[in-house]
Design a protein. Sequence first.
Length: 128
Amino acid sequence: MAQFYLLSVLYLFLWSGVLLSFRYGTKILILINLRNIFEESGRNRNISVVVGVCIVLGLSFMPLDPGPSFLGDLIPALTVLVLVIYQVLNPLDKVDGYSEDGSKGIILGYISFVVASIHLLFPSIVLI
């Protein structure tokens, strides 16, 4: 469905911006504002986790056409699932941008940005 496609692209771009704020926050100030939305409020982080799980289920069972009826958007769904797991295991308020966990977050931010860009530019490619 197109709704889950759009939500997955927005979710991936949002969290790539949050994770890349450790590296590019001094140059692009809106990234720091994005990170602060999730750092200061556990409620926003919980809502993000629930929305992420719903997106994973939606992408798994209702992919964008011409994908197969099950697991059509496998790579974006796995990327959103990894972001959800990262959010649960690594709270943003305990992550230092230059520590080991921060570098993992930066790498995950780059990966999610690339997946979101490819998913946005080529929506009907089936990557299974």
